[in-house]
Design a protein around this ligand. Structure first.
Ligand code: SF4
Ligand code: SF4
Length: 392
């Protein structure tokens, strides 16, 4: 198995000082080697499930666990939409970019285009080679691993629906579906923005949020879009942990946006809500030294097992006090949290009093049972295989 030891090194374009050193240490909470293996298996199952569903009339489709065809068919269709988008992004550009006649202020133009495509967060940075997956790990379907040809990275983030990511919806199919829908919409936006950059006269390659050759969230942190939280997710000022990321690599002359300290580190140590809520104990209450780097560490095996068995999870996102719908209160809190330790303490107290419904949210306390699952591809194959046998 590939062993990747993360060196402590300079952040391109930044002076190393205490904060930036700490910031770098926080990145990469996952054990990616394990993730490659489990995804590979899931992707093969997915192909078989899609084939089965396509070849079965909708009125003859069985319920899978507690999930009716009316729930899982849209889910499968969204996944197909995602894979179609990945394939389009992998195809060579129809009209290769011509050299631009004059240098244009790329950041402003790209940001405006991104906003018009429903992108909520944009950052500009350079590619960090140690965050690129090795070519041997060709695990994403149907994407084929290609060398990254350009060194500039545009980090793109899209908010997920706050109404779905409220405490009443997890774990379950609704959150899984909303996450997939965001992947689909974000991927299609990446296609449009990539085309736009090519029209400006530069080379560009779009990287779909559901696949990809490098770590998007780490680059989003490096581009100052957000900071890594104890739940292993990037927390941004406006949406907290409630967004998905994709990226575009390009030779366009971007102006790099630098990492920012939003106060996430201090807030997380004061809060720990995701750590105590996680039903599997997958999150650690402090940073750990993992392969030579001190950082928040997610135990992927524990998380993934629960995630699959319950049709998704996301409790660590849902309970985060920074995960709130856009309101005057949230905007005030999000600004204050980034500025002062006293404010962070105050916000947590207010959030505990008015929002936190731990007893209703935490499956550990037994009042809320996780949904009976799973809608996993493996379960679908098993159940649909039996149904098909009955028919013949
Ligand atoms: S997704 Fe669920 S199981 Fe995984 S770390 Fe978050 S709370 Fe824990
Ligand atoms: S729930 Fe609390 S500890 Fe976890 S990421 Fe959010 S702020 Fe940090």
């Amino acid at each position: 198995m590939h062993q990747k030891k993360m060196p402590i090194r300079d952040l391109a374009g930044c002076t190393i000082n205490d904060y930036e050193q700490k910031l770098y240490d926080q990145l990469l909470p996952y054990d990616w080697d394990d993730i490659y293996l489990s995804f590979k298996e899931e992707m093969l199952m997915f192909q078989n499930v899609v084939h089965l569903i396509k070849n079965t009339p909708e009125d003859r489709l069985p319920a899978i666990g507690n999930c009716e065809p009316g729930q899982y068919v849209p889910l499968m269709k969204t996944l197909e939409r995602i894979y179609d988008s990945i394939k389009r992004l992998e195809a060579p550009a129809e009209h290769p970019a011509q050299p631009p006649e004059e240098k244009v202020p790329v950041n402003v133009k790209v940001k405006a285009c991104a906003q018009s495509q429903g992108i909520h967060l944009t950052g500009f940075t350079t590619l960090e080679p140690s965050w690129v997956f090795p070519a041997s790990d060709n695990w994403t379907f149907p994407q084929t691993h290609q060398p990254i040809g350009y060194t500039n990275v545009i980090a793109l983030g899209m908010e997920m629906n706050p109404a779905v990511f409220s405490s009443n919806h997890s774990p379950g199919v609704e959150t899984l579906f909303e996450a997939l829908l965001t992947y689909a919409k974000l991927g299609e936006a990446v296609e449009k923005i990539t085309g736009f950059i090519r029209e400006l006269g530069y080379q560009a390659r779009g990287h779909h949020p559901y696949a990809g050759d490098f770590l998007y969230s780490a680059h989003a942190v490096k581009a100052g879009v957000g900071q890594l939280g104890a739940n292993g997710l990037v927390l941004t000022q406006k949406y907290g942990p409630r967004q998905r990321f994709a990226a575009i690599t390009t030779d366009a002359p971007i102006t790099v946006t630098k990492p920012r300290n939003l106060g996430v580190n201090d807030l997380c140590y004061k809060c720990m809500r995701c750590v105590t809520t996680c039903p599997t104990g997958a999150l650690s209450p402090g940073k750990v030294n993992w392969r030579g780097t001190v950082k928040w560490k997610l135990n992927h095996k524990r998380c993934w097992k629960y995630f699959i068995a319950n049709n998704g999870c996301g409790l660590c996102l849902i309970v985060c006090p920074w995960n709130k719908e856009d309101s005057w209160y949230h905007r005030l809190a999000a600004t204050g949290v980034t500025r002062s330790g006293l404010f962070r303490r105050m916000i947590l107290t207010i959030d505990n009093l008015f929002y936190w419904r731990g007893a209703a949210t935490n499956p550990r306390n037994g009042t809320v049972k996780p949904q009976e699952g799973p809608v996993s591809f493996a379960a679908m194959l098993e159940i649909m295989g039996k149904e098909n046998q009955k028919e013949t």
